[in-house]
Design a protein around this ligand. Sequence first.
Ligand SMILES: [Zn+2]
Length: 428
Amino acid sequence: MTAYRLRGGLVVDPFLNIMEQADLHVRDGMVVLPGSGPEPEEIVWIDGCWVVPRITDLHVHFRDPGQTWKEDWTSGARAAAAGGVTTVGVMPNTTPVVDSPEAVTDQRSRAGDRVRLWPIGALTLESAGRKAAPWDAMREAGARAFSDDGRALYDSALMAAALSWSERTGVPVIQHLEDPILSAGGVAHAGEAARLLGLSGQPAAAESVLAFRDVALAAEYGGRLHLAHCSVPGTLKALRWARGEGLRVTGEATPHHCLANEAWLTRFGTDAVTKVNPPLRPEEARKALREALASGLLTVMASDHAPHGQDEKGAPYATAPFGISGIETLVAAALTILVRDAGLSPLQALAPVTVGPHQVVGEAFSGLVPGAPADLTVIDPAVTWTVDPARFYSQGRNTPLAGVRLQGRVVATMVGGRFTFRDGEVLV
Ligand SMILES: [Zn+2]
């Protein structure tokens, strides 16, 4: 394994809360102290760039096994590398669903060492919401969190049981907030754009009622509760309530809910590229999410990467699948939203894709100190670029961000001391 010296970069390490000009030495997959061994074989010049440890996308769908025409582990890992992502939380709604220890083991072997995987197991068998999955055995097999994402765990008694188990084990429960009765048939936010386009809407309360219910359950049963893709002000109120009570409840927002609003539906018309669940919301919701990230109420930004085939997304709006392909735009979107627009420091702006997800799953990472795994991303913060889905490594080209200008470009990605992306080339 080649030893490297990364020269001339600014280390931006949210785990250590430091920003400093420093060379980084990497040997045998680890960060090493300069001068502690032979000089590295290769010097990599990264003047003007940031070096950021362990960028993590807590919420992705890799579709493998079962729907590999949308994405498979190879295209997913390549997309992660190009997106500057070293660690992924992969949702269990594959076919079959990851609802057994064998399926967790299978995900880990599919991932290999191309990207670090936090397997997320299903809360219920087949994510059907009726019978608990074997949580203990799945945890032993390596599941780092549990979720029925794609749908909510709607049964309050099962959710209470899951949170009680989470309280005992410290393993988080991730909830997809959606009351299926309130949202039934809704393909867009129940608002102005849906009315104009004649689309059936789902109300904001379909999300927030479940947020309030789950916080109430967490208050009674404890546990670690993580609210996925929060998109409405009501959910943020539930989160504020949980914080006030000192509960271990966290929340995430996606880049698309922070960049786009329901007016984008009228702009794109019947093109289902804007169809996503939860749906794009009104402008005041978009603003509230940005404020919640900037204030630290929301501690995670995750892509909810949901790749689909072009023919599938080309179907009529009512029947096309929900989802946006987002892992390759996550890092630049975070920098655009939180540094360029909100004026946060790089350390603050990168926390929701580094420290935040680690806190959710309870994984300690030391930061870039000697002995730490060399999982890092090199970013050129000065580069502005235009999103072009035709250049994605993901099989999913479905994003309404095509043509949008983003600030900050991933230059290189390294996992365990090996470059997975460098000089515009994916190496996995
Ligand atoms: Zn979801």
